[in-house]
Design a binder for this molecule. Sequence first.
Ligand code: ATP
Ligand code: LTN
Length: 332
Amino acid sequence: MDDKKTLYSAIQPTNNLTIGNYAGAISNWLKLQNDYNCYFAIANMHAITVRQNPAELRQKTLSMLALYIACGIDPAKCCLYVQSHVPAHAELCWVLNTFTYVGEMERMTQFKDKSARHAENVNMGLMDYPVLMAADILLYQAQFVPVGEDQRQHLEIARDIAQRFNNVYSPTFTVPEGLFLKVGAKINDLQEPSKKMSKSAENPNGSVFLSDDRDTVIRKFKRAVTDSGSEIIYDPERKPGVSNLLSIYSVFSGKTVEEAEREFAGRGYGEFKLAVGETVADKLAPIQSEQAKILADKDYLNKVMQDGAERAARAAGRTLFKVYKKIGFYQI
Ligand code: ATP
Ligand code: LTN
């Protein structure tokens, strides 16, 4: 384990996960878990930057943990934990805040989007979101961070903060790199293929949730917006709708986009959309039943969280100790 490189990622336990989260994050984690020393967190501290219902947040934390495991993330191989169980995240975030400029946080795309969407609650946490994310990654000295395209800007800031700290003191943090997939890093909305598919989209027909039943999945794909013309080819500029469906099909069938193009050459949009829907539904069904089984076993989930929190706290504590020492916090 020790000679493996370290990898870190997290998802917020807000709403239900979409096939975009699966494609951009979880499917990539599954491929990487054997070759890296992995930490996968449930980012509940990030989640409260937007107002949450407490009972739902608690429930979503458990159901997300069960979902990670049901998708095939193995708690024996990876450290699976809940962010708020490791206080070092908040502690390092505070230190890193003093290495981050207000101006650069104000320029973050996600901050601007979320402030517009939640104008009644533009809180400091929302603005500080990228710094907490930098703390997550830097605490574990992660070399790699597999995330979707939308997180690229946050990753750049995490790198900048790490470098700034290293330059002021001495090398302390590993400067992380993002790992982005060629296919699946950005799955778009089925109704508006120019927009990212999102858990919190206004039109529920545009997002396919991992919790959707078979009929719902197929209905959503049948209604998916396609493009003019009739060819089924990958061309995101000219054919955003069809290209998005080909990407989804590729992630869920395990075939390449070229193989998918060949498979559907000469076939109609209707037939194509049905095939994509069926492929996704076939993949989701066993995940859903496995998730329900795991969720019923609270003792097991508590044990996974407890083990994960202990392992994570040990690794994070080592980094925080070094940081406190370098910045001159008196140690007892
Ligand atoms: P929200 O819509 O509530 O802001 P989200 O759907 O963007 O949330 P996050 O928790 O912010 O979900 O992201 C979890 C992971 O899923 C991240 O790695 C993110 O890059 C990835 N991801 C999110 N949406 C997509 C998408 N449409 N395509 C590919 N990856 C995605
Ligand atoms: N902001 C991320 C979730 C997240 C994350 C992280 C991802 C929180 N902390 C650390 C990678 C590394 C998102 O996907 N919205």
